[in-house]
Design a binder for this molecule. Structure first.
Ligand code: CA
Ligand code: CA
Length: 238
């Protein structure tokens, strides 16, 4: 077992989330119908550059595993108590776009790492990554490495980075060395109504199917120069 080193930071934990001995944060245990949320107590400033690096773990059960995790940036009025629907909502979204009642996190953006196919959210059969906004889990596009058998529930840590560059107003998401999403968005004006200080963290849940799911914070860089070079080591799960 490799003792994972992680950057210690303060998180507000809700639901099933808890610190692991390594300093990583478990979002869901390997159980049905669990939801866990972890928010950093240090907000991000959208007027500045940031790149945050994590290891994420999505479990070891493929066909029997679910549901996945989301990385979320929000200024929902519930602050550290903001949460979404369990199961296919992954603690962030809601069951489908026409199902307006129920919990979801907004205003927000998120990146989902989805390990279970829900046709109402336009999920492909494979695991996938997608960019989401305002508590909707529905997505028209997604990344699955053009692999119909793409699987993230492989008992491995996956290297995830989220980069915000305010000058071109560009979001870039990396997973295991691949750019899995890139897009320009005026987050301050078009999502956050002029707010520049936003809460960030992770949500996750399980449903009928389930997996242990956790994340480890590796680095927060506030300049391009301070961000890690784009080399990705294979990591071993705990
Ligand atoms: Ca899978
Ligand atoms: Ca799903």
């Amino acid at each position: 077992m490799l003792a994972a080193q992680t950057l210690f930071a303060q998180f507000e934990l809700r639901g099933f989330a808890s610190y692991m001995p390594s300093g990583c944060i478990m979002l869901t245990p390997d159980e049905r119908y669990a939801e866990g949320i972890a928010y950093s107590t240090t907000k991000l400033n959208l007027e500045g550059y940031f790149e945050i690096s994590f290891d994420i773990y999505l479990g070891d059960k493929d066909s029997l595993g679910a549901d996945g995790i989301t990385f979320v940036i929000h200024n929902d009025s519930r602050s550290y108590d903001a949460f979404g629907t369990y199961g296919e909502g992954m603690g962030y979204g809601r069951f489908n776009t026409s199902f307006i009642s129920g919990n979801f996190i907004a205003p927000s953006i998120a990146v989902e790492f989805d390990t279970y196919q829900n046709p109402s959210q336009n999920d492909p059969p494979s695991d996938h990554v997608a960019y989401l906004e305002n508590g909707s889990s529905f997505h028209t596009s997604y990344w699955h490495n053009d692999d119909p058998n793409y699987n993230l529930e492989d008992d491995q840590l996956h290297d995830f980075r989220f980069r915000w560059d305010p000058e071109p107003m560009e979001i870039t998401v990396f997973l295991d060395g691949n750019i899995v999403y890139q897009g320009k968005r005026n987050l301050i004006q078009d999502i956050f109504n002029g707010s520049t200080q936003v809460i960030w963290g992770f949500t996750a849940s399980t449903g009928m199917k389930y997996n242990l799911q956790y994340f480890c914070l590796r680095q927060i860089a506030y300049t391009k120069e301070a961000a890690s070079p784009d080399d990705f080591d294979n990591c071993q799960a705990e």
